[in-house]
Design a protein around this ligand. Structure first.
Ligand code: ADE
Ligand code: ZN
Length: 354
């Protein structure tokens, strides 16, 4: 089944809808802390910490944000991460993160952070304390909440138990809710992480995995069958296997979809509408996310607006937003509180339109 061709640049979005999407209260469940730092801050941190970037100006550094593929992206991402050196830097980037989220009325986020990126810099306890302080002060200042998902970089499989230790320590301290699997998908299948994920589950961590982003259906099957992933990062290539689509539909496994990320990493050609339409039509449970927003020149509002330009209605976009809230690892009581507030927004913004 081929895609029908839509010239994305031909579609415009009505300004009222654009504004409504900006104002709507949101949740986000697939975004990376290091990938959410503005290029300006990466550049400032590099100067402050005397880290050599492969660029002599901010403009030149920004020009590195043109990615050939996921492996190239992971390379640039690692360079940016190296600029963050001290616990104080982490506090600042978490605060800045929450400032940015609040500007888009993103009231709650679950954020991946690469557990191994601080290893030669400071201890797990110092990291967790910095994340906790940043989350607390950021929430007080900007009113947006965050919980963290400790990610294993799948291209460093030998460090997976080290990542789990850090995740468990963060869980004890109440900052970390889950274990994730990120990084280069090709050559590092989910099966290689089975034991670590089983242990994480035994210890009460929630588990998620990127799969079906650059690899096909077998990667998603591995994340389901071997890792028992509760949510799948991207998952878009599940469409290549009808029996997998059926499994995901029956189980209603949330898929964390990020259209601009897929366009920027060449996973979906820019000339085509995003396959999320086919995923929804197939009855799959989709959520919408921004992944690494400044690196992909996006933000969560823009992800909703992108789908609006591809023909999604307000009702469909609002449903994606509700799906995202329901797929969080918040308690039922916490979800209900957000649901009630969001319902008020819906009523007020509908009344304003009539
Ligand atoms: N780390 C940050 N962004 C990622 C992505 N889109 N896929 C895999 N790992 C990542
Ligand atoms: Zn991601």
């Amino acid at each position: 089944m081929g895609y029908h061709f839509v010239d994305l640049h031909d579609r415009t979005m009505d300004q009222t809808l654009a504004n409504r999407l900006q104002a709507m209260p949101k949740a986000e469940i697939h975004i990376h802390l290091m990938g959410a730092i503005a290029a300006e801050i990466v550049y400032q941190m590099a100067q402050k910490n005397r880290v050599r970037l492969p660029a002599t100006s901010l403009e030149e550094w920004k020009s590195f944000y043109k990615f050939r593929d996921l492996a190239h992206f992971v390379e640039i991402y690692a360079i940016a991460s190296q600029c963050i050196q001290t616990p104080e830097d982490y506090i600042l980037i978490v605060e800045q993160f929450l400032k940015h989220q609040s500007e888009h009325n993103i009231q709650y986020s679950e954020v991946h952070f690469g557990t191994l990126l601080h290893l030669n810099k400071f201890s797990d306890d110092e990291l967790i304390e910095a994340l906790t302080i940043g989350a607390r002060t950021g929430e007080t200042q900007y009113g947006s909440r965050v919980k963290f998902i400790a990610s294993i970089s799948r291209h460093q499989p030998h460090l997976q138990s080290r990542a789990l230790d850090c995740a468990l320590r963060g869980q004890e301290k109440g900052a970390i809710v889950g274990l994730g699997l990120a990084g280069v998908e090709t050559g590092y299948p989910p099966e290689d992480f089975t034991e670590t994920f089983a242990e994480a589950k035994r210890q009460g961590l929630r588990v998620v995995a990127h799969a079906g982003e650059t690899e096909g259906a077998s990667s998603v099957w591995g994340a389901l069958k071997n890792l028992h992933a509760e949510r799948i990062g991207h998952g878009i290539r599940c469409l290549e296997d009808a029996s997998l689509v059926e499994e995901l539909r029956i189980l209603q496994i949330p898929l964390e979809v990020s259209p601009q990320s897929n366009y920027c990493l060449g996973v979906v050609p820019r000339s085509q509408p995003h396959p999320i339409r086919q995923m929804i039509d197939a009855g799959l449970y989709c959520t919408l996310n921004s992944d690494d927003p400044p690196m992909f020149n996006t933000h969560l509002t823009n992800e909703y607006q992108t789908l609006a330009t591809q023909g999604f209605s307000w009702e469909e976009l609002w449903q994606l937003n509700l799906n995202t809230l329901e797929a969080t690892f918040l308690s039922e009581t916490e979800k209900a509180t957000y649901r009630t507030q969001w319902q008020e927004f819906l009523q007020q913004s509908s009344a304003a339109l009539t």
